[in-house]
Design a binder for this molecule. Structure first.
Ligand code: PLP
Ligand code: ZN
Length: 399
């Protein structure tokens, strides 16, 4: 078999420290916490280094030695990752910020950074011999699972809220996924998926309920380090739903330090959510280690409509340890800023990306962010699947 040279060795629980065999099919830890992949970092630092990366193709598989797949033939790829870190040309200067950056994840296959996580999860699922993958989703994760399952020849079922924007139904269907609509939020979809896992033998690729999606998302942290020549930026503003990206990047920074690629400096990790569904900012303010479920969640930024997340304690830990913060923004502001990103930077972002700009403005105002700091906004998805949502909002607000 063409081996990947991966240094993945073990699975561990970040809460109770229990270890698991990496060849087993795993979901959550016995204690209920998400499981993470452990590597032999000493070996990793001998088989891969910062120089070796340079000649490699610009997609997330350039970090193959620190990704959990053993046989190259199992890699299901559509070219995800390797996205551009763009310098803000207009908004930054207007805000008096010379070093404002936009990590443009809109160009990923299937239109969002969910491609990274699901490329990884599907690749590993195929390696483990799984055949039927299911996912509860607000949209983008379903698109991505459907595409990668099609690529890998696996069966796929997608559980979405009935009010999901239409394009998410169309692409999932074109990819041959089975689709089920549920009255309620992603949380209700999650409960339905759990039933189907129990009764029909599906394997769930829900956020952090298997150990591999986060491994795909962590590559954003590796890319940022490369983009900044291994001098990490001062602040990262991340639109947070289930939190895999935030937790993943935090893990990536730890891994790179262990391999001697970076020092102990960390960016301030900022979680932004919408006022209508802000469990992480609320828990942060109240000093809690876990985030109680948000009742009656609503926001146009569908990817942020996650009322309760199994990785809540990991997000809060990363935010606090990094000296970051958690902020809730209004739908009106985040929609205006989505438009501003389009008009002033040429990036057609989904509403989640707009939320990072709103958050930045608030943090500049209250002095948390200084204008001379190097700040990265994560523009996590494309606006094209939200055309109806955006047009409707625009009609209501431009009169
Ligand atoms: C899913 C999603 C998010 C939230 O990402 P997490 O890593 O799950 O917190 C943000 N933006 C978009 C466009 C998404 O699809
Ligand atoms: Zn545990």
């Amino acid at each position: 078999m063409p081996t990947t040279n991966t240094t993945a060795k073990d699975i561990f629980c970040p809460r109770c420290a229990k270890h698991y065999d990496i060849t087993a099919v795993l979901t959550l830890c016995e204690c209920g916490a998400p499981l993470l992949v452990d590597y032999d970092y000493e070996k990793a630092s001998s088989v891969i280094d910062r120089e070796k990366l340079k000649g490699r193709t610009a997609n997330m598989w350039r970090y193959l030695e620190v990704l959990p797949v053993f046989d190259c033939d199992n890699v299901a790829t559509l070219g995800e990752g390797g996205t551009q870190l763009l310098v803000s040309k207009t908004i930054g200067p207007e805000l008096g910020m010379p070093d404002l950056f936009l990590k443009d994840e809109t160009t990923n296959p299937t239109g969002s950074f969910k491609a990274r996580g699901l490329a990884m999860a599907v690749s590993r699922a195929r390696e483990l011999g799984l055949k039927k993958l299911i996912i509860p989703t607000a949209g983008n994760a379903g698109s991505a699972l459907a595409a990668y399952a099609a690529r890998a020849g696996l069966e796929c079922k997608i559980i979405m809220p009935r009010d999901v924007p239409g394009p998410f139904l169309v692409d999932a269907k074109y990819h041959g996924a089975q689709i089920e609509l549920v009255d309620g939020t992603i949380k209700d979809c999650g409960e339905r998926a759990t039933d189907l896992v129990k009764n029909e033998g599906w394997f769930s690729a829900a956020t952090l309920k298997e150990p591999y999606r986060i491994e795909g998302k962590k590559t954003m942290g590796y890319e940022l380090a490369e983009d900044f020549n291994f001098e990490l930026p001062d602040v990262i503003i991340y639109p947070t739903g289930g939190g895999t990206g935030l937790i993943g990047m935090w893990k990536a920074f730890d891994e790179m330090e262990r391999m001697g690629w970076i020092g102990s400096f960390r960016p301030k990790m900022v979680s932004v959510q919408a006022e209508g569904c802000a469990p992480i900012p609320r828990a942060y303010e109240e000093g809690l280690d876990y985030a109680p479920v948000w009742e009656d969640p609503h926001t146009l930024a569908a990817g942020l409509r996650v009322p309760g997340a199994v990785g809540d304690f990991l997000m809060l830990e990363a935010v606090r340890k990094s000296g970051g913060t958690a902020v809730a923004v209004s739908d009106n502001d985040l929609m205006m800023d989505t438009k501003e990103l389009s008009a002033k930077e040429g990036i057609f972002s989904s509403p989640e990306g707009g939320a990072t700009l709103t958050c930045l403005k608030m943090l500049l105002n209250d002095g948390f962010v200084k204008p001379d700091e190097r700040v990265v906004l994560f523009i996590t998805g494309s606006g094209y699947k939200y055309l109806d949502v955006m047009q409707e909002w625009d009609e209501e607000h431009s009169a």
